[in-house]
Design a protein around this ligand. Structure first.
Ligand SMILES: [Zn+2]
Length: 604
C-alpha cells in the first residue's frame, strides 16, 4: 500500500463498498481459509495523480462488489488488490502478485476488473494477462467489456484496449499542448518551479461553470529581500553562489555540495547536498532569465539490461528534445549568460570523475577489494598526484548525501596487490592441487548431468504409461474411476520429475563452472604456471584473478584478510595441515569458500 492511501482508509472503502452493494458476506470478507481455491480476487488501479486529484477508488470497489454479488462469488479481504501506478506497463506490485502468485498457484478461481482500462491500456499486456489466465484456468470478468473467450468478445476487448491507449495518449497530448499554449500567451507552464523560484498563479472561479481559470502564472524569486536582492542563504542566494563558486572560483561540485551542507542550506530534495544535485542545478539555463518548456524528455537507457516485455522499459535518462519543439519564456534572471557558460565549461572540463576520463589507475583488485564494513567494492585513488602510491578506500564513506553512508574510513595500501599476488602464486604452484580441483569440479558437473538424464527418462516413461492407460480405457480394460486414479498418479510423477530437473539445472548454473569452462581454465592456468607466474604482466594477472573469481575482504583493523575464490582453495590449506576453514556465501548465488588460517597475516 502506498503512503498516500493508508491501510485504514483502504479498509474503510472496502467496508463501505460491501455495504452499499449489500454484499457484506461476500466482498472483502475477513478470516477466509486461503488454502482453499474457490475464492475470487478484485483488481483495480489508479495513478497516484488520479488518487490525489480525483479519487475514484470507492466507486471502483463498489462496482467490484456489485459484480461479485451478481456472480455469487466471495472475495476475501486479502484478495482485494489495489495499485497506485500508471497503466503504462504491468510492473505494479498488485499485478505482479496476481501474475506470479495467485494465478499460477491457482489460489483464485477468477479475477474481477471493474473497468478494463484499470488493468492495462496496452493491447499486448491485456492479451498477455488474459492468455495467462486462460492457461491457468482462472476466469477474468470485466465490468465494461464482454468476458467470453469467443472471437467477438476477444476482439471487443482488444479494440477497447486500443481505445484506452488513445485516451492515455490524448491526456498526455492535451497536457503538453495546454502548457505550450500557456507559455505562448505569457504564462508559466503548470509545474513546480526549479530550485530558487516559486510558482505563483492568479486564478478566478468562473461563476457560470464553477471552474478555475488561470489569469496569470509566473515564477517568483525565492526569495527577494526589501532591497530587491535575494535574502542571504535563501535558495536564490544559493543559486547565485553556485555559479560564483563553480564558474569564477573554479570549485568542484563536491566542494559546493559540502559548503552548502556546512551552511545548513536545505537541499531541494534528499537530506543533504550531493555533487549530482549541484551539477543538475548548474545546468539549468532558466537562471539566466530564459526558461524553456518541453526542452528535455526521458528516454530508455540502452545500457540497462531488459527484463520481461510486459514489465515495461523504464525511461531513466533525461535527454534534450529537438530545438523546434521547445518554447521559451521569460523569468526573473539570477545570473548572467556569461556566468552560466563559464560554470558549465568548468564542470565539463573537470569531468565528474577524473579517474574515468583521465589515466586509469592500475590496481590489481579493482572491484574485487571489498569494504570490511559495508561489503561494497572499494574505490581506488592515488595519495599524491603523479605518485604510484595506490590506495583502496570505501567511497560510500565519503558520500555524506547517502541515506546511510558507510562508516569505514581506513585506506587499504596498494602494496597489498603484490602480497596477495604472491599468495595466489603459491596456491597455483601446487600442480597436483590444481589438477585435483578441476577434476572434482568436472566430475561433479558430470554427476549432475547424469541425474538430469535420469529424471528425463522418468518423464518419458510416465508419458508412455499415460498413453497406455488411455489405450486401455478405450479398449474397456478400466473403469473411468480407475483411469482417473492411474492418470493422476502418472501426471504427478511427470510434475515431480520436471521440477527436479529445474532444480538440478539451477544447481548446475550455480556452480559457476561448466565442463568446458573448467577445461579452458585448466589449460590457461597450466600455460601461465609453466611461464612462471611471477613474471606475468599486469593484464595477465588481472585476467587470471578474474577467472578465479578472486575477492578480497580485509579485516576492519587491516591486520588480516580473507581471499575468496570460486575454486575450492581450501584443499591446499589442508596440505599445509591447517584444516579449519569457513564456508561463506558471498556475492549472491555463487558458492565461495574461504580459508582463514593460511591467509591471516599481520600487515601492520
Ligand atoms: Zn564501506
Amino acid at each position: 500500500m502506498v503512503e498516500a492511501m493508508s491501510r485504514e482508509r483502504f479498509n474503510h472503502y472496502i467496508t463501505v463498498a460491501a455495504k452499499a452493494a449489500d454484499y457484506e458476506q461476500g466482498f472483502g470478507v475477513k478470516g477466509c481459509d486461503l488454502s482453499l481455491r474457490h475464492w475470487w480476487s478484485a483488481y483495480t488501479r489508479q495513478s497516484t495523480r488520479e488518487q490525489a486529484e480525483n479519487d475514484r477508488l470507492a466507486e471502483y470497489l463498489l462496482s467490484s462488489a456489485r459484480m461479485a454479488k451478481q456472480l455469487r462469488v466471495v472475495i476475501p479481504w486479502e484478495y482485494v488488490i489495489y495499485d497506485t501506478e500508471s497503466s503504462e506497463d504491468l510492473n505494479r506490485p498488485g499485478i505482479i502478485r496476481l501474475r506470479k502468485e495467485l494465478i499460477p498457484g491457482r489460489h483464485v478461481s477468477g479475477v474481477i476488473v471493474p473497468f478494463q482500462g484499470r488493468l492495462s491500456a496496452d493491447p499486448l499486456h491485456q492479451l498477455t494477462f488474459e492468455r495467462e489466465c486462460v492457461y491457468y484456468g482462472v476466469q477474468v470478468i470485466y465490468g465494461d467489456a464482454p468476458a467470453g473467450q469467443d472471437w467477438g468478445s476477444q476482439t471487443t476487448r482488444l479494440i477497447q484496449a486500443q481505445a484506452n491507449a488513445l485516451r492515455v495518449k490524448c491526456n498526455r497530448d492535451n497536457a503538453l499542448a495546454g502548457n505550450i499554449a500557456r507559455v505562448l500567451t505569457g504564462k508559466a507552464p503548470a509545474h513546480r518551479a526549479p530550485y530558487g523560484y516559486i510558482y505563483r498563479a492568479d486564478k478566478i472561479i468562473e461563476a457560470r461553470t464553477g471552474r478555475a481559470k488561470v489569469l496569470r502564472a509566473f515564477w517568483e524569486i525565492d526569495e527577494l529581500g526589501p532591497d530587491g536582492e535575494p535574502v542571504c542563504e535563501s535558495p536564490a542566494w544559493a543559486v547565485r553562489k553556485f555559479f560564483i563558486w563553480i564558474g569564477d572560483e573554479g570549485r568542484t561540485a563536491y566542494w559546493v555540495a559540502h559548503k552548502l551542507d556546512e551552511l545548513k542550506i536545505p537541499p531541494p530534495c534528499s537530506i543533504s547536498w550531493s555533487p549530482k544535485a549541484v551539477i543538475k542545478i548548474a545546468g539549468r539555463r532558466c537562471y539566466t532569465g530564459k526558461a524553456e518548456y518541453n526542452a528535455n524528455g526521458r528516454v530508455v537507457n540502452p545500457e540497462r539490461p531488459l527484463g520481461d516485455l510486459t514489465l515495461g522499459m523504464k525511461r531513466t535518462l533525461v535527454r534534450p528534445k529537438p530545438e523546434n519543439v521547445r518554447v521559451t519564456f521569460d523569468v526573473p534572471a539570477l545570473i548572467t549568460e556569461e556566468q552560466f557558460l563559464r560554470a558549465n565549461k568548468n564542470l565539463r572540463e573537470r569531468g565528474r570523475g577524473r579517474g574515468k576520463q583521465g589515466k586509469r589507475i592500475q590496481a590489481l583488485f579493482r572491484t574485487r577489494m571489498l569494504c570490511p564494513r559495508c561489503g561494497k567494492p572499494m574505490s581506488i585513488l592515488l595519495r599524491k598526484k603523479d605518485s604510484d602510491q595506490v590506495y583502496y578506500y570505501c567511497r560510500a564513506h565519503y558520500c555524506s548525501w547517502l541515506r546511510n553512508p558507510c562508516t569505514y574510513s581506513h585506506f587499504v595500501p596498494g602494496t597489498w596487490d603484490v602480497e596477495i599476488w604472491e599468495e595466489i602464486c603459491t596456491m597455483m604452484s601446487s600442480g597436483a592441487w590444481l589438477e585435483q580441483q578441476l577434476v572434482t569440479e568436472l566430475s561433479q558437473s558430470a554427476h549432475l548431468e547424469k541425474l538430469i538424464r535420469l529424471e528425463q527418462l522418468k518423464v518419458s516413461q510416465a508419458r508412455l504409461r499415460i498413453i497406455k492407460i488411455q489405450e486401455g480405457w478405450e479398449k474397456g480394460f478400466y473403469t473411468p474411476e480407475e483411469v482417473q486414479i492411474k492418470l493422476t498418479e502418472q501426471r504427478e510423477a511427470v510434475t515431480r520429475a520436471e521440477s527436479e530437473i529445474v532444480r538440478l539445472r539451477g544447481q548446475m548454473a550455480d556452480r559457476g563452472l561448466s565442463a568446458i569452462e573448467a577445461e579452458l581454465l585448466r589449460q590457461e592456468l597450466k600455460a601461465l604456471r609453466d611461464r612462471n607466474l611471477q613474471e606475468s604482466t599486469f593484464d595477465e594477472r588481472a585476467d587470471l584473478i578474474a577467472k578465479l573469481g578472486i575477492k578480497i575482504l580485509p579485516s576492519e583493523d587491516l591486520k588480516s584478510r580473507k581471499i575468496f575464490c570460486r575454486l575450492n582453495l581450501a584443499e591446499v590449506n589442508e596440505e599445509r595441515e591447517q584444516a579449519s576453514f569457513a564456508k561463506v556465501t558471498f556475492g549472491g548465488r555463487r558458492r565461495i569458500r574461504t580459508f582463514d588460517p593460511y591467509f591471516i597475516r599481520v600487515v601492520l
